[in-house]
Design a protein around this ligand. Structure first.
Ligand code: ADP
Ligand code: MG
Length: 183
């Protein structure tokens, strides 16, 4: 399948996931994330704000902040993702492409991020990813040394996703039922 067919397939399937299932599976993903060494040790995280049925990782924000960790969210500036630090989930507004972004906050340097939670429409077992087709994460991920964690439901995992030369793979992919480490 080419990237565009996979995008279509996933968008249709995500719509079919019932609310109860979405809540339960998102919570499984969060439990798994909390067991990952890099997450336990990490001090500074780049989250994503779930869009169009992406797994809900927001409940982790409160507990990370309580633990004194640094929590940042992506803000789209031009063609780039910038990381903006937050102290709560209030003061978000819709930004580019309808994604919620912090409406204020300090920009943090890419180098200070320990872990990036990467959303996607699809991933393969080697960590390659398909996004909405604008390449924002590819441009961002090549700049960071952070541990990159792809997050998805199990039906979003493919054996092999078409790769372009600019695609940047994640280090592991976490689903409700599996953790795939990059071979
Ligand atoms: P996505 O990763 O969102 O699924 P693609 O991988 O198809 O989307 O990339 C979309 C576009 O982003 C590509 O056409 C490519 O030109 C652009 N792009 C991605 N990474 C870079 C980069 N590092 N430098 C310049 N352009 C890039
Ligand atoms: Mg890409």
């Amino acid at each position: 399948m080419v990237k565009e067919d996979i995008r279509r397939f996933i968008i249709d399937n995500r719509k079919a996931l019932g609310r109860e299932e979405y809540v339960k599976l998102s919570s499984r993903i969060r439990e798994r994330l909390n067991q990952i060494d890099q997450v336990k040790r990490g001090r500074c995280f780049l989250f994503y704000y779930p869009l169009k049925g992406e797994p809900d990782i927001l409940p982790l924000v409160q507990s990370f902040l309580r633990d004194g960790k640094c929590v940042a969210f992506p803000v789209i500036e031009g063609k780039e993702i910038k990381a903006v630090k937050v102290n709560s989930l209030s003061n978000f507004r819709k930004g580019a492409f309808g994604v919620y972004e912090p409406s204020c906050g300090e920009h943090i340097n890419e180098d200070s991020i320990d872990v990036v939670f990467v959303p996607g429409l699809a991933f393969d077992k080697d960590g390659f990813r398909i996004g909405f087709g604008k390449g924002f994460y590819d441009r961002f991920l090549r700049k960071v040394t952070a541990f990159k964690i792809g997050i998805a439901f199990d039906f979003q995992i493919f054996d092999k996703i078409p790769r372009d030369e600019w695609d940047v793979p994640v280090d592991i992919v976490v689903t409700p039922h599996h953790i795939f480490r990059r071979r």
